[in-house]
Structure formats: C-alpha cells, structure tokens
Design a protein around this ligand. Structure first.
Ligand code: PMP
Length: 359
C-alpha cells in the first residue's frame, strides 16, 4: 500500500435491515466559510439512509406504534408531509411491509413526490391554497374513513423522544470533553429542538439553544398562541403565517411537539432568516465546503453566521443540516444552474482542438 493512502476499516458489524443504519450522523467542521474567531460544525443529517433527519422520526413513530399495538401488521399508514417525513416513512414502511399513503400540498417539490412513489408509497396531492392545514385535514379524514394509522408527526411523543434518545445523545457523545456554546436549528414539527433541548438542558445546560423561523412566517416571534383541538392538533392556521421557500420549516401552525420547547424555555434566542439567504448559504456550502444540503440547512447556517458575528472569540457552534440538496433539483435552489454550457465552459472546450460540440 502506498504511504499516505487513506484507508477505511468498515463499520465492524453487519446490519440486519436498512433501518439499523438510521442516525449516528457526523458533525463536520466548516473550514472556508466560517469567520476565524469561531468554530462552526454542522450535523449532516443527509448521511441518514433516506437522506434526511426525518428518517429518525419515521422509524420512531412506526416502532412506537408497533410496540403499543396502535399499528397492526399490514395496516395502512397515512401522514401529511412536505416530503422528508414521507420519504422516511416510505423507507420504513417498505422495509417493514406496511402500505403508505402520503398527503402533500401541490406546492412542494416534484422530486419529493416521485421519490415517495419510487419507494412504493401513494401520494395524494392537496390544493396549494389550503396550505399545510389542508394536507393535514385530508390525512385525518383518510385515517378516519378507512381505519388507517395516522402517524401524527406534529403531535406524536415518538417525535421528540427519538431526538432526545439519538440526535441529542450523539451530540453529547461527539462533543464530550469539547467546548460547545451554541446549537442552531429551525423547526418543522419541532422534534429536533424539543428532543435536543431536553438532552442538552439536562447534560450541557451552558449550551445556548438558538431557534430560527422564516422572516415571512414568524409564528413563534409573533407571540400569538396557537388554537388547538382537544387532541392538540391545530384548530386553525396561524395568523402570522405567510408562504416561504424554506421547505420543511414552519408549517402554518405552531406544532404541539414544538410547544414543549417553548413552554420549557428550551429556546434561548429566536433569530429569523429570509428564504433567499437560506438558498444563498446552501449554494455556498456546496461550492466552498463540498457540503450538499437543502434550503433549510442553508438557512440554519445563515443564522449561525449571523450569530457568529457577535459571538465571543473562541465560540464553538453546531448547526443542523436536515437533508440533502439533491431533493431540490426542481426548486429555486437550482434555478441558476443551467443545463447548457455557459461562456466559461465553452471557453474551456475551445481551448483544445479536439472533441468540440458544434456551435
Ligand atoms: N428541514 C427539513 C428539510 C425538514 O424536512 C424538516 C422536518 N420537517 C426540518 C428541517 C425540521 O425538523 P423538525 O420537524 O424536527 O423540526
């Protein structure tokens, strides 16, 4: 073997199914984009088998329901999801043999629908103008009508529990004996912040927890409480909601799972971020760090960068990257990425005589 060649050792175990590979995602340092006076790490959830943080939740909801008997062998699972939960559920349901029906507003990216269908799920679209609430009501109606198991990602205890038991523990283990000053995340269901909040408050209470939401949908910052049903579901859309381009973040209601983080004061600071900043930072992460994440990951890093500007020298920060950028090919994230050669590429092509495309 040549000296200096990188080697790997394998994982030291064999896996009984794909679901055993969920979690244990790496925290990776940002080297080219972060200012010199801070150290920024990102937790790269695109290492999960179906490419997002929601693989954890999908597995947790299915296995909790198997344990308590609310999900019977072969029963259909149904859920309203903007995509990543559906993709995670589709993976889990495929591996475990449950049919899956997903309801989804037509405004979410095409590849998310196709991915779920590829993984064997049925995807039922709901009108754009009915927003998150519309797709949620449809899933509930389908579950009631057909006796299907509704996954309830926005209310289920299995959501924050899995982040406390896995994501939070991983952070504690990886930063054991190391400085960590800030943890930064957005919210969709709130499972990430609530679960990690529990773990960090208990074992690393000095870590500041920073939550973000889109500037055009500042539901938490508005201070207006969410109206809820007796089952903790939203009774109506939240008045502060406006559509935003950060898919997977901030639905048009404050989820029950997030409410715990707010009520228990797991949030030390709330920083809004504009959608276009999320897009810009996602591109920078790809082009300057080789880290390929979606708009919500870009938005989280945008918030970390803003925070870094006023953080004391030596601060160590961790930002969540919830999913892979590959999930956004048909969205504004890739809008400026052409399919044809641009002028600089043509210049490279013409710099040698052979193998030229006709002009
Ligand atoms: N980003 C993306 C792309 C997501 O799909 C989600 C989950 N909806 C989140 C962030 C937020 O995670 P959580 O639901 O745990 O708050």
């Amino acid at each position: 073997m040549k000296s200096g060649t990188r080697t790997t050792a394998g994982r030291g175990r064999l896996y009984d199914d794909i679901l055993e590979t969920v979690g244990n995602t790496p925290c990776v340092r940002i080297n080219n984009l972060a200012p010199d006076h801070v150290t920024l790490y990102v937790k790269a959830e695109f290492f999960n088998p179906a490419g997002s943080v929601k693989d954890r939740l999908a597995l947790s909801i299915i296995e909790a329901a198997e344990r308590d008997g609310s999900l019977k062998p072969g029963q259909t699972v149904v859920e309203a999801t903007s995509g990543n939960t559906g993709i995670g559920l589709a993976m889990a349901c495929a591996a475990k043999g449950y049919p899956l029906v997903v309801t989804m507003a037509e405004s979410f990216s095409i590849e998310r629908r196709r991915l779920m269908r590829f993984l064997g799920a049925k995807v039922v679209l709901t009108p754009r103008e009915l927003k998150g609430f519309g797709m949620y009501e449809k899933a509930r109606e389908l579950a009631e009508t057909h006796g299907w198991f509704l996954a309830h990602q926005f209310e289920s205890e299995a959501n924050a529990d899995i982040h406390e038991a896995t994501t939070g523990r991983e952070i504690l283990a990886d930063f054991d004996g190391q400085r960590l000053d800030y943890f930064v995340t957005g919210y969709g269901t709130g499972g990430t912040i609530t679960g990690i909040g529990r773990a960090l408050r208990r074992e690393r209470p000095d870590v500041k927890l920073v939550l973000s939401e889109p500037t055009s949908a500042q539901l938490v910052a508005s201070g207006t409480p969410q109206e809820r049903t007796a089952e903790n579901e939203p009774a109506a859309g939240h008045p502060a909601f406006e559509p935003h381009p950060i898919q997977g973040w901030t639905p048009d209601f404050i989820p029950w799972v997030l409410q715990e983080a707010l009520d228990q004061s797991y949030v030390d600071e709330l920083i809004p971020v504009a959608g276009p900043d999320g897009i810009a930072w996602s591109r920078r992460l790809a082009q300057r760090e080789g880290i390929f994440t979606g708009v919500s990951g870009g938005a989280t890093v945008a918030v970390a960068m803003e925070l870094a500007e006023r953080a004391p020298a030596g601060s160590v920060m961790l930002a969540m990257l919830p999913d892979t950028g590959e999930r956004y090919l048909s969205t504004p994230l890739f809008e400026d990425i052409g399919a044809e050669m641009d002028a600089s590429e043509i210049e490279v092509m013409e710099s040698t005589p052979g193998f030229q495309m006709p002009r």
